[in-house]
Design a protein around this ligand. Sequence first.
Ligand code: PLP
Length: 373
Amino acid sequence: MYFDYAATTPVLPEVIEVINATLSNNFGNASSSHYQGRKASSRLEKSRETIAAILEVDANEIVFTSCATESNNMALIGTALSNQHNGKHIITTSVEHHSVLHPVKYLEEKFGFEITYLPVDENGMFSLEMLKSAIRSDTILVSIMMVNNEIGNIYPIAEIGKILHKNNIIFHTDAVQAVGKMAVLPQELNVDLLSATAHKFGGPKGVGFLYIKSKTSIDSFLHGGDQELKRRAGTENLPYIAGMSTALAISNSSYLAEHRRYKKFKERILKKLAEANIDFYINGASLAVPYVLNLGFLNIKQDLLMMKLDLKQIAVSTGSACTAGAIEPSHVLAAMYGNSSKKLSENIRISFGKETSSDEVDALIAELIKIMK
Ligand code: PLP
């Protein structure tokens, strides 16, 4: 039983079909000018248009990448280097994914940028006032995620975007945990750059995209051929890109109904655990997505809990997947509770997806209660 959809999702059957068909029937290099190249190029542009239509942006504003880590790196390093003549100050939050935190650290260490990390409260939230007072005359870039991958908090991206645009500051959002799961419209969100990855919404791993609002000044990361309007060199991974556009079209058309199911799952888990007198608390704010539930359990270590669930073939997570292999405390919970809080070692993240059934949720509840008792 899989409850780790925030780490990755199974590939949808329709997506596998599209990938297989593209691998078999559309092997051309999209940059070749002969008929096979033109066929590949037309499929590539069709995929771009599908994604752009869903995001309500121009197709030329979508650049295909290999994953959201690449999209985030390109967005941050690319805009920072290209705009450094206007200032070298960047603002982000202390609860971003490492694929944002590590590139800004790199910019600080190698290029002398100054980084302000907005602190968060016990619910993982920060105030707009805090952001406003962090803005300086040399602030060129702000990166704030749309949905937190560990606690599910939703951050007020559209409002932040309004503030930043008044100040002529470039705004990037890591929308990995939102794309395909809620309305994500870059123009309404007032963002200049937005990152996404296919494997969080039913597509394959190893493909993603970066929305770059037209006229945003950004340096390329990969240099070589003229692909992606010279913004990202390298032959595009057409089968996976076609698969990603299919996955997005499917998940985008069904998320509202899915949310209703996830909300019920969440409520059921909380109700049943409370009825069984289990000592637990929720990590995160009330403004959170219905598909992520991060729980803290008093008096049990998360590794032991996860292992006991794993023995029953129940997959949950502790913190973000990228650091889960090496068990280190979550930097998100550390930002919320402080480095020495006991709460850093007693949490698990349960996340739902299309394939999650209510029977599975009941089995998870029963096993959690059994372990806790
Ligand atoms: N950003 C967030 C919020 C994520 O949850 C993840 C993956 O866990 C990433 C970025 C990185 O995505 P990818 O695996 O495509 O590099």
